[in-house]
Design a protein around this ligand. Structure first.
Ligand code: ADP
Ligand code: 5GP
Length: 223
């Protein structure tokens, strides 16, 4: 146990970490690794009208909802952002994100570039965005095929969408190539660690530095 007096450091502002990429570049895989290894970050579980894949669990990977329910959520202002991607609707439920941020927890978003641009309009200062690239176009295609969760027709549509999505790189804070998975994870972890220590997210540490300075000044005053 340390014999030093307790620090005055208290809660900082939460990081909103957005991961975006063309389908198949590895967002879900990197998200899963980050969530397994870092208990301080929680996933924003999106609502979607797309069909559930065999490996997916309702409420964990997505809230799988009807088009009618989605429209209600959107019209009632229950979504922070929403977009149509590959012919389905996806959106970020507002309440869980606001709750997590108010509690000083970090939130991870796996959303497309349209959603990212909408989030920028409201909360740019809280966001750190990462655009994940596959090492090659061929790797992107073979990853989608190896994932084996979508039909050939769906994979073709996702590759067509990727042509335009790849051009969105310029809107992101960080560009990360997911070639070696371990190296990509380490880079992502480093981005999150650095975001947690920015001055903007830690006003309480500025106050702590001021208080330390005053205390030291007082203790060093001539008697
Ligand atoms: P996204 O969420 O971006 O659509 P996924 O995380 O589902 O992509 O990854 C697509 C496929 O590629 C999955 O089968 C996954 O296991 C595989 N994959 C992810 N990262 C790598 C990597 N660095 N090297 C090889 N395969 C990978
Ligand atoms: P998938 O169907 O492969 O799970 O996701 C398709 C695309 O939708 C991915 O680019 C994913 O990041 C995006 N997406 C998932 N949830 C959301 C969301 O809540 N909002 C937006 N804008 N995009 C999302």
């Amino acid at each position: 146990m340390s014999s030093e007096p307790a620090s005055h450091a208290t809660q900082r502002r939460g990081v909103m970490l957005i991961l975006t990429s063309p389908s198949g570049a590895g967002k879900s895989t990197l998200s899963r690794l980050l969530l397994q290894k870092d208990s301080a970050i929680t996933l924003s579980v999106s609502a979607t009208t797309r069909l559930r894949r065999p490996s997916e669990v309702d409420g964990t990977h997505y809230h799988f909802i009807s088009a009618e329910r989605f429209d209600h959520m959107r019209d009632d202002g229950e979504l922070l952002e929403w977009a149509e991607v590959h012919g389905n609707c996806y959106g970020t439920p507002r309440a869980p994100v606001e709750k997590a941020l108010a509690e000083g927890r970090d939130v991870l978003f796996d959303i497309d570039f349209q959603g990212t641009l909408q989030m920028y309009e409201r909360m740019r200062a809280d966001i750190v965005s990462v655009f994940i690239l596959p090492p090659t176009a061929e790797a992107l295609q073979s990853r989608l095929e190896r994932r084996a969760e979508d039909s050939a027709q769906v994979i073709r549509r996702r590759l067509q969408t990727a042509c335009a999505e790849l051009l969105q790189w310029k809107h992101f804070d960080h560009l990360l190539v997911n070639d070696d998975l371990d190296a990509a994870y380490k880079a992502l972890d480093a981005i999150l660690t650095a975001a947690r220590t920015t001055r903007m997210r830690n006003p309480q540490l500025g106050e702590m530095a001021e208080a330390m300075s005053s205390g030291l000044t007082a203790s060093l005053a001539p008697v």
